[in-house]
Design a protein around this ligand. Structure first.
Ligand code: NAP
Length: 276
C-alpha cells in the first residue's frame, strides 16, 4: 500500500499548534489519508529544514512564527497574495517551490461565512502593525470596504503600513471619535492577557469585534468589546481553520468543508486548557 502524502507545520516554538488536528480532521471528512507533523526548526535555519523536508518527500508545509519571511525568501514562485503580504504561510513542494499566504483569505472567509459580516462599504479599524496585519490587508482591501484605519502602539509602524497599502494610520486616542463597523485586534496583547489600549467607546457601533488570538476563554479584547457594545465578538479560531483549509486546497486541489472541524477543534482547545 502506498504511504500517505506527508505535510508539516514548521515553527519555533511549534508544540502548541493545532494544525495537525485540523488537517487530520479535513482529511477524515474528505475520506483522504495524509500524515501531518509538527516540526521545530532551529532559529535562523528555516531553509535547511525546508530542504530536509523536501528531500524526505514531503508535499508541502505550513509555516508559522517566526519563519514567514524566511519562507517568502525560500519560495521560487509566489502567489499574488503572498507577494502583496510579503510573507508566506504555505509552501507547496513541486518542480518549483510555490509560496502562498492564506491568512487573509482565511480571515475574510471566517468573518463572512461563519459570522455573516458584510465587508463592502464598511469602516474597519485594525489594531496592530505586525506580520499578522500585513497578511490581512490585501484580502481586506479586495473586499471593497469604505475605509480601513490602522492604529498601533508604535505609530510609525502603522504609518509605514498605511503608506504601503494606501490606508490611514490613526492614533489609539483618536479612534474614540470615529465610527467603525468592524474592529480587528491583530496585536499580540491577548497573549499577555491584556487588552490593547483602545477606548471602550470605539465599539459602540461595531457589528463585530474580532481577535486574531484564540483560546479556551474570551480574550481581554473580546471582554472590552462586549462592554463597549459590540454586536458580536469572536476569537481567531475560525481564521486559523479557514487558512488551513486554503492551504489544504493549495496542496491537494480539494477544499475541505470546515463546518464540522470548527466544533471539534474548539472542544479540543477547551479539553487541553482544562488539563493544563
Ligand atoms: P507581531 O508581528 O509580533 O506584532 C505584534 C503587534 O502587537 C505589534 O503591532 C505590537 O505593537 C503590538 N503589541 C504588542 N504588545 C502590545 C501592547 N502591550 N500594547 C499595544 N500593542 C502591543 O505579531 P503578529 O504576527 O502580527 O501577530 C499578532 C497576533 O495575531 C499574534 O498574537 C498571533 O498569534 C495572532 N495571529 C493569529 C492568526 C490566526 O490564524 N488566528 C494568524 C496570524 C496571527 P508595536 O509595533 O508597538 O510593538
Amino acid at each position: 500500500m502506498s504511504q500517505p502524502d506527508r505535510y508539516a507545520v514548521v515553527g519555533n516554538p511549534v508544540k502548541h499548534s493545532f494544525s495537525p488536528e485540523i488537517h487530520q480532521s479535513f482529511a477524515e471528512e474528505l475520506g483522504e489519508s495524509i500524515s501531518y507533523e509538527k516540526v521545530e526548526a532551529p532559529l535562523g535555519h528555516f531553509a535547511d529544514k525546508a530542504e530536509e523536508l523536501m528531500d524526505e518527500g514531503y508535499k508541502g508545509c505550513n509555516v508559522t512564527l517566526p519563519f514567514k519571511l524566511d519562507a517568502y525568501k525560500f519560495a521560487e514562485r509566489l502567489t499574488d497574495r503572498a507577494r502583496s503580504c510579503g510573507a508566506v504561510n504555505t509552501l507547496v513542494f513541486g518542480r518549483k517551490v510555490t509560496g502562498d499566504n492564506t491568512d487573509g483569505i482565511g480571515f475574510v472567509t471566517d468573518v463572512r461565512q461563519r459570522l455573516g459580516f458584510q465587508f463592502e462599504g464598511s469602516s474597519i479599524l485594525v489594531l496592530g502593525a505586525g506580520g499578522g496585519v500585513r497578511g490581512l490587508l490585501p484580502s481586506l482591501l479586495e473586499m471593497n470596504p469604505k475605509w480601513i484605519a490602522v492604529a498601533n502602539r508604535t505609530l510609525e509602524r502603522a504609518q509605514a503600513l498605511a503608506g504601503v497599502f494606501g490606508i490611514d494610520a490613526v492614533s489609539y486616542e483618536s479612534t474614540a471619535a470615529e465610527h467603525f463597523d468592524l474592529v480587528i485586534n491583530a496585536t499580540s496583547t491577548s497573549l499577555s492577557n491584556i487588552a490593547p489600549p483602545v477606548p471602550e467607546s470605539v465599539f459602540r457601533e461595531a457589528a463585530l469585534a474580532y481577535d486574531l488570538v484564540y483560546g479556551a476563554k474570551p480574550t481581554p479584547f473580546m471582554e472590552l468589546a462586549k462592554r463597549g457594545g459590540a454586536g458580536q465578538v469572536s476569537d481567531g479560531l475560525g481564521m486559523l481553520i479557514e487558512q488551513a483549509a486554503e492551504s489544504y486546497f493549495d496542496w491537494r486541489g480539494v477544499r475541505p468543508d470546515t463546518s464540522r472541524t470548527y466544533p471539534k477543534i474548539r472542544k479540543l482547545i477547551e479539553e487541553r486548557a482544562a488539563r493544563a
